[in-house]
Design a protein around this ligand. Structure first.
Ligand SMILES: [Zn+2]
Length: 170
């Protein structure tokens, strides 16, 4: 994974329906199974939010195209030093890309466990949420944009293509 660009930008935040702006980082990722990707990490200048999504992919199969419509959101934790993201591990239902929240460490992919500090939503979020109660979140330092991009890969891309590889080889 390689940082290939950094620029100022403005965008429309779909969640708040407001204009936002900040810094956009672009990362090139090359994966043996799923091909090349260009990931964008948009860090809001408010310091309260960051979003990662796949801007382009070299391959354009049905799964790749669904992954490009996903994004993962990081919000500021209550201590103010981290961003947290409620995990949503991708899986396929037929050809439809879905994702699931997790409550048990056993359900978190190993690479995510090894790389990220994992907490429960209610222990790090300044806001309580019935929907996210007991759900696991990953923490990153607020300035670690590369790790945010990595989480997108480990959460949205790897679970799908690893499963595909296993199906082929067994
Ligand atoms: Zn924190």
């Amino acid at each position: 994974m390689k940082l290939c660009g950094k620029s100022r930008g403005e965008w429309f935040d779909l969640a708040t329906r407001k204009k936002d702006g900040g810094t956009i980082y672009a990362f090139h990722v090359s994966d043996q199974t799923s091909g090349k990707w260009l990931l964008n990490v948009r860090v809001s200048s408010s310091g309260e939010k960051s979003v990662v999504f796949a801007a382009t992919s070299q391959k354009t199969g049905i799964v790749h195209n669904q992954i490009k419509r996903k994004s993962i959101v990081f919000n500021a934790c209550s201590c103010g030093e981290h961003f947290y993201h409620p995990l949503g591990i991708s899986y396929l239902e037929g050809e439809r890309l879905r994702s699931k929240r997790v409550e048990k460490l056993d359900d978190v992919p190993e690479e995510i466990l090894e790389t990220f500090e994992i907490k429960k939503h209610e222990d790090v979020s300044p806001k309580s949420s019935t929907q996210l109660k007991e759900k696991l979140v990953a923490l990153v330092e607020k300035n670690d944009v590369k790790k945010m991009a990595l989480l997108f890969i480990l959460e949205k891309i790897c679970p799908i293509f690893k499963a595909a590889t296993r199906r082929v080889t067994t």
